[in-house]
Write a protein that binds this ligand. Structure first.
Ligand code: DTR
Ligand code: ZN
Ligand code: ZN
Length: 444
């Protein structure tokens, strides 16, 4: 872009432009409320027990499918499509609305299976997913038959119970995760932004029955993490945050698109420490799953207790998050008006008027941001509360040359009254790149 003074200079010699004077530009359109207006708070009913016998029954079916198809259920192989057909048939019979999304990877057709439970607020989707493909080396019963079977049995339990959640429930089984999250990326990339914004939470379950298990909880989102940690605390099972997973399973596809994510994991090839063996049992110095990506990842490669606990944790999260009042994503206010950000100019504000919420804002207010801007290192972002106090979300960081800011920030806004006008204040602090606020939202 043109520099403020004279011709555009090469970036390496970029001169930080003098900040222009002038009042902050303010968008005229106030944000709109998209949550259930004045909904009567619904306390989450306790989730039913998930039958681990039924979950293992699905694993036996996936094992048989692999055995009958060259020993695996890998992308592009007959065993994968047979796995999709098995899961789909169960869901269709239970009353789900299912769809198959095709994609191509490594010259072969891949398949995602998406299943929607009819009903619930379509503007608030609670989404649970697992990849269904194995590596070509083996049947992939723990990786990831375990997650796939657990969410399948959870979905079937929803149907069996005739559960009517406040929020809309969606489940998915992804293809070609082992090739690089290909199926889930294909799904997210094909999802319109308006549909993506309706996903309050995406929960990922990839390897949840490891034979030498740990209990790891994803820590990408504090409130979703808490839902799982509270469940395990009530069962006196200690947990650790999942540290090796960033980007290593399908939740990354959603997180990179600004969706709040959570999930569970029992470990792969890393070795269990002595301290972990003391609190969880099992064998110190041995991998959580010695058959990771191997032919021995069969139905014998499952710890039933871990599979059972994690299956019940999934149900707990689905029931808890899909209830109106106790659902951390609760009420969302959004402004989708584009606001231009002047190059190396004054800060601009995009306002949201919040109404109908009593008391103060939460200590973990979720601020979802979608800013289109080349060389995002030019840009600083603040949340300004109704009191006028600014909360720094992102500082300008000159060398960050990547484009766009799509993220969810957690802010302790408990000093602010919830009702009032909140503002997203954005400033471009350096010349040559420009952009605009595409949308942003507050979730109480
Ligand atoms: N990428 C997964 C296994 C895996 C390894 N680390 C993590 C962390 C969180 C979830 C999954 C994983 C696979 O091989 O499918
Ligand atoms: Zn794997
Ligand atoms: Zn996996």
């Amino acid at each position: 872009m043109l520099g403020l003074n004279g011709p555009t200079l090469p970036r390496r010699t970029r001169v930080t432009a003098l900040l222009a004077t002038g009042a902050a530009l303010t968008a005229t359109l106030l944000g709109t409320f998209s949550g259930p207006a004045n909904a009567t708070p619904t306390v989450a009913a306790a989730a039913p027990d998930i039958s681990v016998a039924n979950v293992k029954g699905h694993l036996n079916q996936l094992q048989s499918i692999a055995t009958a198809n060259g020993g695996n259920r890998a992308h592009g192989r007959a065993g994968y499509k047979a796995s999709i057909d098995y899961v789909k048939a169960k869901l269709d019979a239970a009353g789900y609305t299912t769809s198959i999304q095709q994609f191509t990877s490594s010259g072969a057709t891949g398949y995602n299976l998406v299943a929607d439970w009819p009903g619930g607020d379509a503007n608030h989707v609670i989404f649970a997913g697992s990849h269904l493909d194995s590596v070509s080396a083996g049947p992939g019963i723990n990786d990831n038959g375990s997650g796939s079977a657990a969410i399948l049995e959870t979905a079937l339990t929803v149907a069996r119970e005739g559960y009517k959640p406040d929020k809309h429930l969606r489940f998915a089984w992804w293809g070609a995760e082992e090739l690089g999250l290909v199926g889930s990326k294909s799904y997210v990339n094909s999802l319109p932004g308006t549909e993506r914004a309706k996903i309050d939470a995406y929960l990922n379950f990839d390897m949840i029955g490891s034979p030498n298990p740990g209990y790891f909880v994803y820590d990408d989102d504090t409130q979703l993490e808490k839902v799982f940690k509270d469940f395990f605390a009530a069962k006196n099972i200690s947990t650790e945050i999942e540290t090796e997973g960033d980007g290593r399973s399908d939740h990354a596809s959603f997180k990179n698109a600004g969706v709040r994510v959570g999930g569970l994991f029992t470990g792969a090839s890393s070795r269990k420490t002595a301290a972990q063996a003391t609190k969880w049992g099992g064998t110190a110095g041995q991998a959580f799953d010695r058959c990771y990506h191997s032919s021995c990842d069969t139905t014998a490669n499952i710890n039933e207790t871990a599979l059972d606990n994690n299956s019940d944790a999934i149900a707990h999260a689905v029931w808890t998050l899909s209830a109106g009042a106790t659902n951390p994503p609760g009420r969302t206010f959004e402004n989708t008006a584009d606001v231009a950000i002047p190059d190396a100019g004054s800060p601009v504000d995009s306002p949201i008027a919040v109404t109908g919420i009593t008391g103060n804002a939460p200590s973990a207010l979720q601020v979802g941001v979608d800013i289109k801007h080349t060389w995002r290192g030019d840009v600083s972002v603040d949340l300004v509360g109704p009191s006028g106090r600014a909360y720094r979300l992102k500082s300008a960081s000159g060398n960050d040359s990547a484009d766009n800011i799509v993220a969810t920030y957690t802010v302790d806004a408990s000093a602010e009254t919830a009702n009032g006008t909140w503002k997203l204040r954005v400033q471009d602090t350096a010349a040559q790149d420009t952009g605009y606020v595409d949308s942003w939202k507050l979730t109480f």
